[in-house]
Design a protein around this ligand. Structure first.
Ligand code: UDX
Ligand code: ADP
Length: 460
């Protein structure tokens, strides 16, 4: 029986996942630890470090009852029956595999800490997105602790999407648990199955061997991203031919074999997972001597980069081939709506392109902070940090952000944008007033009636 669960890493994955598990398993004590004191303080405060609809209520309900936060990694490891590793695994930025392989230094450090502080058997669950065969590396580190302890390593990849994390956790399509196919491995799998079975029907909990589970996560994300790159490729062809990408997406999506989801053309996918996981897959394929397979998946990323730069170039060419000194208002900076996460957001790369062309960008986003935005762009292009602060600004008021702008670009599909007072925005802009809808959320005809010149992805 599992009585105490620890989670190392209080981020976008660890925080919401443990909060929902705690809600559904009141008999288990959950302890989330992180080396980042500020993050832990935020989890203990009224303003959580992660913005997710529905999360505040769940944390308020469980915090202090069976959900605890601290920086005491050692104590949390010692007390736990089961430990989730939920630390970040960014793409490696140095040395072998630079720009493609996952950087496992945080995971490795966790494994070393678990090996050092454990004084009894533990089940270790990898939750971070990891390359295939990481569980094996974790197990090697754990088993070399020199003590006679039994560690079982499970792979339990996270499929939650940001912005809908709580719903995805409460009602997942499936939960995947990979473990060693031995008696000890199977009983570890069973222990984790029981935790999930508190609210998820048994038939939706899939159990596999460790490597299938790890590879399924990368494959799921690669397939999803591939659909977006495929429809984005078609969006460029639509613009060239006069077809409408939304009509095409609808027409193909009604084929039950294709299905309607993830066919929304956009300025490009962002987020912490898609690019990283595909780069990882590409690295793995090259590593295992499968260059044709590697190049196949790499094309999904190349297409996504093309879509972002195509959007930026469209703004520049429409504004008479230069945005120098011109003000472009960005509506949205997050990589999608209902999150304050900006990792790999298309907005970052489009802004960089416009700033390099000496444009001025004023941003409105209901959840992203100016500090986050500057962190995202500093270091890109040829500009100094001072230049970024001079020409890139963030405003709390959307109408102020759009005032005296030459153009507006929609980078995030926040629900509030279609309902803005577009007549008021138009009246306060320079003319001709352009809108570049990178998210296909605005009604082109209505805006054109007001007087805007509108470009929508895939519609021309
Ligand atoms: C994704 C996976 O969905 C999730 O299962 C996995 O665990 C982590 O990666 P996430 O990155 O949070 O989740 O968001 P997702 O909703 O998948 O969107 C990713 C990006 O694709 C966003 O920038 C989104 O705007 C874009 N997108 C999505 C499109 O451009 N078109 C679509 O049709 C769908
Ligand atoms: P994700 O989206 O995968 O949850 P985040 O970056 O949001 O990624 O969260 C990962 C968290 O893991 C960060 O808050 C980071 O401080 C924490 N972390 C990384 N390494 C360790 C470690 N060795 N011990 C404790 N926490 C760690």
């Amino acid at each position: 029986m599992i009585k105490k669960i620890t989670c190392i890493g209080a981020g976008y994955v660890g925080g919401p996942t443990m909060a929902v598990m705690a809600l559904k398993n009141p008999q288990i004590r959950f302890h989330i630890v992180d080396i980042n004191q500020a993050r832990i303080d935020a989890w203990m405060s009224d303003t959580l470090p992660v913005y997710e609809p529905g999360l505040d209520e769940i944390v308020q309900h469980t915090r202090g009852k069976n959900l605890f936060f601290s920086t005491d990694v050692e104590g949390a490891i010692k007390e736990a029956d089961m430990i989730f590793i939920s630390v970040n695994t960014p793409t490696k930025e140095y040395g072998v595999g630079k720009g493609r392989a996952a950087d496992l230094k945080y995971v490795e450090l966790c494994a070393r800490q678990i090996a050092e502080f454990s004084d009894r058997d533990k089940i270790v669950v990898e939750k971070s997105t990891l390359p295939v065969r990481t569980a094996e590396a974790i197990k090697t580190i754990l088993d070399s602790s020199g003590r006679d302890l039994n560690f079982q390593v499970l792979s339990n990849p996270e499929f939650l999407a940001e912005g809908t994390a709580v719903r995805d956790l409460l009602e997942p399509d499936r939960v995947l648990i990979g473990g060693e196919q031995t008696d000890a491995g199977k009983s570890a799998i069973d222990a984790l199955v029981q935790v999930y079975n508190a609210w998820i029907p048994r038939e939706r909990i899939i159990t596999t061997n460790v490597w299938s589970s790890e590879l399924s996560k990368l494959t799921a994300n690669a397939f999803l991203a591939q659909r977006i790159s495929s429809i984005n490729a078609i969006s460029a062809l639509c613009e060239a031919t006069g077809a409408d990408v939304e009509e095409v997406a609808y027409a193909i999506g009604t084929d039950s074999r294709i299905g309607p989801k993830f066919l929304k053309s956009s300025v490009g996918f962002g987020g912490s997972c898609f690019q990283k996981d595909i780069l990882n897959l590409v690295y793995l394929c090259d590593y295992f001597g499968l260059p044709e397979v590697a190049r196949y998946w790499e094309q999904v990323i190349i297409m996504n980069d093309y879509q972002k730069s195509r959007f930026g170039s469209k703004i520049i060419s429409t504004l008479f081939n230069t945005v120098s000194g011109k003000k472009i208002a960005f509506l949205g900076w997050a990589f999608k709506k209902d999150t304050n996460d900006t990792r790999e957001s298309a907005a970052i790369y489009v802004a960089d392109q416009l700033l390099e062309d000496q444009g001025r960008v004023s941003v409105y986003d209901p959840q992203v902070s100016p500090e986050r935005m500057y962190m995202d762009v500093d270091g890109l292009g040829t500009r100094s940090e001072a230049e970024n602060r001079d020409r890139l600004t963030m405003l709390d008021d959307v109408y102020e952000a759009c005032k005296d702008a030459h153009a507006i670009a929609i980078l995030t599909e926040w629900d509030e944008f279609p309902g803005l007072d577009w007549q008021r925005i138009y009246d306060n802009m320079l003319k001709p007033a352009f809108i570049f809808d990178g998210r296909l959320i605005l009604d082109k005809k209505t805006l054109e009636k007001i007087g805007f010149q509108v470009y929508s992805i895939g519609k021309g």
